[in-house]
Design a protein around this ligand. Sequence first.
Ligand code: GLV
Ligand code: MN
Ligand code: MN
Length: 419
Amino acid sequence: MTLDVTDLRISLPRLIERIEALGNVGRVDGPKGEWGCARLALTDADRDGRDLVTTWMADLGLEVTIDGVGNAVATYAGSDPSMAPVMTGSHIDTVRTGGRFDGNLGVLGGLEVVETLARAGVRPRRAIQVAFFTDEEGSRFHPDMLGSLVYVGGLALEEALDMRAHDNDARLGDELARIGYAGSMPCPAATFPHAYIELHIEQGPVLEAEGITIGAVTGVQGIYWNEFTITGQSAHAGTTPMRMRKDPMVVAAQITTEARAIATRLGGAQVATVGRLDVFPDLTNVVPARVTFTTDMRNTDGLKLDEADQAIKAFAARMAADEGCEMTMTPLAHFEPVEFNPLMIDLVEATSKRLGYSVRRMPSGAGHDAQMLARVCPTAMIFVPSINGLSHNIAEDTAPSDLEAGANVLLQTLLHLAS
Ligand code: GLV
Ligand code: MN
Ligand code: MN
């Protein structure tokens, strides 16, 4: 009896075993039994995670290559070497308070698909590649999606290698060499995949709230990251009259509140966050000398997003001047909204329905490597629900049945694309 590949399904226990094993690298435990991980890009923990995943790739008999910015690509050969491969993947770096699914699910889901095919003796015409891209989170080196951006030729390799870490000012290229992942494959890649499909958790509340299993992702909203430094006059908190102060903390607070006001005023999909704040000298009884903080603004509407970016910068300059402070502003990242390939979105939707899963189309609020790959090949994403909509939080979780559904949609989508 011949095997009908449309009947193939992944193994959930195997997928969960890998997710838990990788989650244990850089593991962070919370007070209520919740647990996630801290594997900031190019730290020792990231190296340990990379070592584990590349060992799994090699154990599956895949050819593993590392490129000049540390992106790893594992190839399950196809029956026709003349055809361009189909790629899946994501990232395995995390934010400092990361969960064990963000990014990791896409990479380990890809490996599970390959293991399923290998065990069944199925070899599609096109090769299937499973990739993990360097520094997707942008928590340690900006911009986010740095590895996939360089992979598609959106940022010069030399420029990326010269990026400095926010935490210790280390050079990205030196950190790559230090952890053993300064690879020799060319970056940008010499050739691009036939198509790219990424499985990821939603990281928001929509699918859970609507009781839907699969999100067929239509695109990714645009983003601006800016870093502001406000410098005032450090002074004694008890003796300095209010009218004589140049207080950068007050300016930072005004800008934070204004970011919220801009998002409320623009409405729609506009969001705005101040997520990082460094105060110097950070003492109770001292008017600060200097405050550095970031704004993260996102919108599916690129024009509205530009408006938000202009508005926050103009407001910041005005508030700093009113307080007698100096202001500098460094853009850390800017990406336009991205729309995925309509045929690829249709394929995700149709595959989900064929497998009996409820599905809806939706944009992504988070940034993803897929938005970079969309520049060079037909691309789409598969979302699965996040419990309580939480992510970038160690309490991030997804029901096992949803992990299984997402990985099965990935399997059947990849099989279709590779046939
Ligand atoms: C990346 O994960 C982002 O959306 O911040
Ligand atoms: Mn992610
Ligand atoms: Mn993330």
